[in-house]
Design a protein around this ligand. Structure first.
Ligand code: EPZ
Length: 417
């Protein structure tokens, strides 16, 4: 079991290169199920979640090689259509194999993902959409059993813009007979990244990035080589780190257009932001102004940046309200931040944050992926030493982040206990 130790008080300065986006890589890797042949993906991040989905596909019969951030995968000999509980419980995004398995194998047996720390994480939007495409869906013994003689294009209205729900339905529809129109879909950049790869494979998808996606079914697809887009949440985490520590960081190989809402909020707190072609320069300034934030589906303020921004507000010079509108239980990091001296009161989906002069280092516990990142940020400005337990949450979604922070001047190290 690893821990991360941080001594606070060091401003971060320098340049950092972000890794490929976990939430783009996962659906794109699942999409390889749609056709046999050898795919090659570049800029794949080295993460536990990427290991998990590779292990799942290998158990289904895929051949996988992964080195130097390049992943090659061939699902030509796929022999199984099941995603068992032992895989799905480790990573709920395994549900992303449901759509492509149905499209390719006409059958799928996928463990229900169940909830996680941040919420119940239901998948009824995924299942209702697949039924509209002609799938027979039943739930038994904690599994989704799905089958379809043929998938037929349909007009589908999502109740809410679910990210993986949009991805599952896109992948199920690409080989369906006829046209599918998905309404009220998610608009995240990872949706567009998946649509771009599917079109490269021979699919016919238009409208990604907007609220309506149209898919004309095709007869067959072919394997491709593609590069994973930069991780906008990792980028945002470094942007907040610069604002928080009063340093200056240039974040390279990122996609600045993916972070407009966060950048606007950071400028309101007093940070100086310069956009370059494929990089962003952020310079923090003190005092930090208090700014209210409401998390919303893209292009609103990302829920995956809520915990990180809350750390910034916890040492701002006033009072801010942070509203979490996407997940029902995404304030777990608050109790840990309070133990470091933050003054935060929760009322329903709102966290009232009263800025304090400084935080103090403490032993804390990571509870979910982005909460882990917020505890690292808090440790970097806290007086004294912070010891973070259960950093396996961090390893699911950040590629060697303590090394990246250390190169920027943070006093941070990982120890094995
Ligand atoms: C994706 O999760 C991301 N994961 C999450 O990132 C991210 O926080 C989330 O989108 C929101 O942006 C991946 O892409 C692998 P949703 P997803 O379905 O698709 C409710 C991280 O840190 N909902 O858009 O599971 C749901 O309960 C992770 O990398 C239903 O009610 O999120 C939630 O409240 C954490 N019914 C809201 O919608 C459904 O059928 C948004 O969920 C589906 C979702």
């Amino acid at each position: 079991m690893d821990q991360i130790l941080i001594n606070g008080g060091y401003p971060l300065n320098g340049e950092v290169t972000v890794s490929g986006a976990k939430n783009a890589a996962l659906p794109i890797i699942a999409a390889t199920i749609l056709t046999g042949g050898r795919f090659t993906f570049h800029n794949v991040p080295i993460l536990k979640d990427i290991e998990s989905i590779q292990a799942l596909l290998v158990d289904m019969g895929a051949e996988v090689e992964f080195s130097d951030n390049t992943l090659s995968i061939d699902t030509g000999n796929l022999s199984d259509f099941e995603a068992p509980y032992e895989h799905v419980r480790k990573m709920r995004a395994s549900i992303l194999v449901l759509g492509p398995l149905l499209a390719r194998m006409k059958r799928a047996r996928v463990s229900l993902p169940g909830g996680c720390a941040i919420g119940a994480r239901p998948i009824e939007q995924h299942l209702n959409g697949l039924s509209h495409l002609g799938a027979e869906i039943s739930l038994a013994h904690g599994y989704v059993e799905a089958s379809a003689q043929n998938l037929t294009g349909a007009e589908i209205y999502l109740d809410l813009p679910t990210v993986t729900g949009t991805e599952n339905l896109m992948m199920a529809a690409v080989l369906a007979e006829g046209r599918t129109v998905l309404h009220n879909v998610a608009r995240e950049p990872e949706i567009t990244a998946l649509a771009d790869v599917l079109n490269l494979m021979g699919a016919d998808i238009s409208g990604s990035g907007s609220s309506t996606i149209t898919i004309n079914g095709v007869k067959e697809l072919h394997p491709v080589t593609a590069t994973i887009i930069p991780d906008r949440i990792e980028t945002g985490t470094f942007m907040v780190a610069a604002a928080l520590t009063g340093g200056e960081i240039v974040i390279n190989t990122c996609e600045p257009t993916h972070l407009k809402e966060l950048a606007l909020k950071l400028e309101k707190t007093g940070a100086e932001i310069e956009y370059r072609d494929r990089s962003i320069r952020v310079r923090g300034s003190h005092p930090i102004n208090s700014v209210d934030v409401k998390t919303m589906p893209y292009p609103g303020f990302p829920t995956d940046m809520q915990a990180q921004f809350m750390v910034l507000m916890s040492v701002a010079n006033g009072f801010s309200v942070i509203s979490e509108n996407v997940f029902e239980n995404r304030f777990i990091h608050v109790s840990e931040l309070r133990r470091m001296g933050a003054d935060i009161t929760i009322s329903g989906s709102h966290a009232m944050v009263r800025g304090v002069p400084e935080l103090s280092g403490a032993p804390v516990m990571a509870t979910d992926l982005r909460a882990s990142a917020s505890l690292i940020l808090a440790g970097m400005i806290a007086r004294g030493t912070t010891r973070i337990n259960r950093v396996y949450h961090l390893d699911r979604g950040y590629d060697r982040i303590e090394k990246k922070f250390s190169r920027l001047g943070a006093s941070i190290k990982r120890i094995s206990v």
